[in-house]
Design a protein around this ligand. Structure first.
Ligand SMILES: [Zn+2]
Length: 145
């Protein structure tokens, strides 16, 4: 999780993974119940926005996710869908959705040298970043008032 230097960036990763779970992308890899439990607990922690607890939970969910195969490659279509849904979750939970562009840009740069594990299943490129930028105005409607 070294790419998640602060809470907004943790929120980018976690909301993206929750989006995969909520959109049932992981249907064949883990039980639906497991996916929804992970999604619910992470989303709850995001919503309550308690910094140290959020980080701890994010780490344990990340480990659990890896164990149950959440961090596996998805199709490009599923990635785009999870990006957009994840942005909506972030906005609803009060996080800065603009940071998503920064996160995926970092991931894109890191692929040129030594990619982290998350990177290998989540390749980022200019198309992905452009799609996220394009979604931002629409997603900002979900921002917590
Ligand atoms: Zn993904």
């Amino acid at each position: 999780m070294s790419y998640c230097s602060d809470e907004d960036l943790i929120a980018v990763v976690m909301s993206h993974e929750i989006a995969h779970a909520v959109a049932k992308h992981s249907n064949e890899r883990m039980s639906q119940q497991m996916a929804s439990q992970i999604g619910a607990s992470v989303l709850e922690s995001l919503l309550f926005n308690q910094s140290s607890e959020t980080k701890l939970l994010a780490q344990s969910v990340y480990g659990l996710g890896a164990q149950y195969g959440v961090m596996l490659p998805y199709s490009r279509k599923q990635e785009y869908e999870a990006d957009k849904l994840g942005l909506i979750f972030m906005a609803m939970a009060g996080y800065n959705i603009d940071r998503a562009v920064e996160f995926w840009s970092k991931m894109s740069d890191s692929s040129k040298s030594a990619p982290p594990a998350f990177m290998s299943t989540h390749p980022s490129d200019q198309n992905r970043i452009d799609a996220i930028k394009k979604a931002l105005p629409e997603v900002s409607k979900y921002k917590k008032k």
